[in-house]
Design a binder for this molecule. Structure first.
Ligand code: UDP
Length: 477
């Protein structure tokens, strides 16, 4: 069985951004694109990560590479394969980069041997595809160990880290001691925030590039009310008939998709009605997203009687589907156990939704509908690299209540584009902020409008590609 999977990407024109960016910025983007194609001069821009579905990187690559291909860049995407023990240790590294111990397992010589073996297994096939002088962007700890062999092969290697800690500690030290030997000779490192750049990175070879969303992808495209209702009713996330709409969406290649599958929802009693205000958090089942804490905050809101009949939906991928996140099942089980322990009156108001992942565009359309239908989107992360779920909700002009951690604090100015909670563990403060938004419709609308403008300015895919273009120019300058 091949170790390495190439994920197909359909080219897409950046012209569709014209309506969102305006003429001047579009012209700048088109000029940058032309210059980049000339600069690459036939070289391929490879992206390598460890999963084709689930999480922020897999979310961004299909669109970014589609637009890059659309302007004439040979942009390609490879996904490596690993063993369960490899993914356990890379998840440990992921937590450590966030400054957290994760499962506390060792990261010593044995783990290095497991890591290197997986790198070796993948490298053979990768070296057959990549030509010397190609540009290779490696994503996250899972692929960092490929850097030395690719550099020896003659490729220009850039490593991008999508996670980081606001404050360095002994855990970040552990992670960097593990990763640094592989990364010393890369041409550049990329981080989502300045605060995440470790001391050993050469400032001249390090750039900050914020992630982005694709406004036209199934995750973020406009959906009208009847379509939202049809998607949510079909998947079982809300009660009742499909209504006048159809559960349809547009795939990245322009064809029409239909939401066929349903969500697996753990609930006691009925699904929420269409007009029930929903508090929604969408995330991988990861302790750092604090799903149990979200339930506690919601329970506190209900106990105070400030909930205005709202119900909570915690939604995430069906845990069997995300191959590089072995912790998912365990976290999901912990959420279900905490849900069972709640009093009946609160439990009936909380819905735990595992979304189908077989068709990633269908999954995206469901997330889109859920975020658009939310009265409030919450992201109660204890740590966060950037927080694309926040960007997605902001783009949909939803009021967001989120922890002041990681990239969330770059996206939201408290009270302007959403509400930030200083202490991510403070359930009462979350409850108060949720109550405030549920009660005050004009506040909700004002935050939502400002949030959308913010994303339009900063976090659409074209801006992201322009920053990669600048990096390439810098490397070759
Ligand atoms: N996501 C999804 N389906 C799910 C749960 C999450 O498509 O069931 C997406 C979510 O919409 C977002 C990405 O996964 O685009 C998560 O990125 P984020 O930066 O929020 O967190 P990460 O998972 O990378 O830590």
């Amino acid at each position: 069985m091949p170790q390495v999977e190439e994920v197909a990407v359909t080219p897409e024109s950046i012209a569709r951004f014209g309506t969102l960016l305006g003429a001047d910025r579009m012209q700048a983007a088109e000029e940058a694109a032309r210059a980049t194609v000339l600069r690459l001069n036939g070289r391929t821009w490879w992206n390598i990560n460890s999963t084709a579905t689930g999480g922020g990187v897999a979310e961004m690559l299909p669109s970014l590479l589609a637009y890059a291909q659309g302007v004439g860049v040979d942009a390609r995407w490879l996904v490596i394969t690993g063993t369960p023990s490899f993914f356990q240790l890379t998840k440990r590294l992921h937590h450590a980069l966030h400054g957290m111990p994760g499962d506390g397992s060792p990261l010593g010589d044995n783990e290095r041997a497991v890591y290197e073996a997986v790198m070796d297994d993948n490298a053979g096939e990768i070296l057959e595809m990549i030509r010397p002088h190609d540009i290779v962007l490696l994503h996250d700890p899972q692929t960092a160990g490929l850097a030395p062999v690719l550099i020896r092969h003659g490729a220009t290697v850039i490593w991008r880290c999508h996670v980081g800690a606001d404050v360095f500690n002994d855990q970040t030290d552990v992670a960097w001691s593990f990763l640094k030997p592989s990364l010393e000779d890369v041409a550049a490192t990329v981080f989502s925030r300045q605060a995440y750049v470790p001391e050993w990175c050469d400032p001249d070879r390090t750039v900050i590039i914020a992630p982005s969303i694709d406004a036209f992808a199934p995750k973020n495209q406009e959906l009208d009310g009847p379509t939202i209702r049809a998607i949510l009713a079909h998947t079982g996330l809300i009660a009742g008939e499909l209504g006048d709409g159809q559960p349809l969406f547009q795939r990245l290649d322009g064809t029409t998709g239909r939401v066929e599958r349903q969500a697996d929802v753990i609930r006691q009693g009925a699904a929420p009605a269409w007009d029930t205000p929903l508090v929604v958090q969408v995330s991988r089942w990861d302790p750092l997203k604090d799903p149990v804490g979200v339930m506690e905050a919601f329970a506190s809101l209900v106990r105070q009687g400030d909930d205005l009949g709202a119900e909570l939906v915690l939604a995430g991928p069906n845990v069997s589907a995300v191959s590089d996140d072995p912790e998912g099942q365990e976290t999901f089980n912990a959420v279900v156990a905490a849900w069972h322990a709640l009093p009946d009156a609160i439990r009936t108001r909380i819905h735990l939704a595992s979304l189908p992942m077989t068709d990633s565009a269908e999954n995206a359309a469901i997330v889109n509908a859920l975020q658009r239908h939310a009265a409030v989107v919450v992201q109660k992360s204890l740590r966060e690299g950037f927080g694309l779920t926040v960007t997605e909700a902001m783009w949909k002009a939803r009021p967001v209540v989120a922890s002041r951690v990681g990239g969330i604090q770059d996206q939201i100015v408290d009270g302007v584009h959403g509400l930030l909670i200083d202490d991510a563990t403070d359930a009462a403060a979350f409850a108060a902020a949720l109550g405030k938004i549920l009660k005050d419709h004009s506040l909700a609308a004002r935050l939502g409008t400002a949030a959308r403008e913010r994303v339009q300015e900063e976090y659409l895919g074209v801006q992201h590609l322009m920053r990669y273009t600048d990096l390439l120019k810098k490397l070759e300058g």
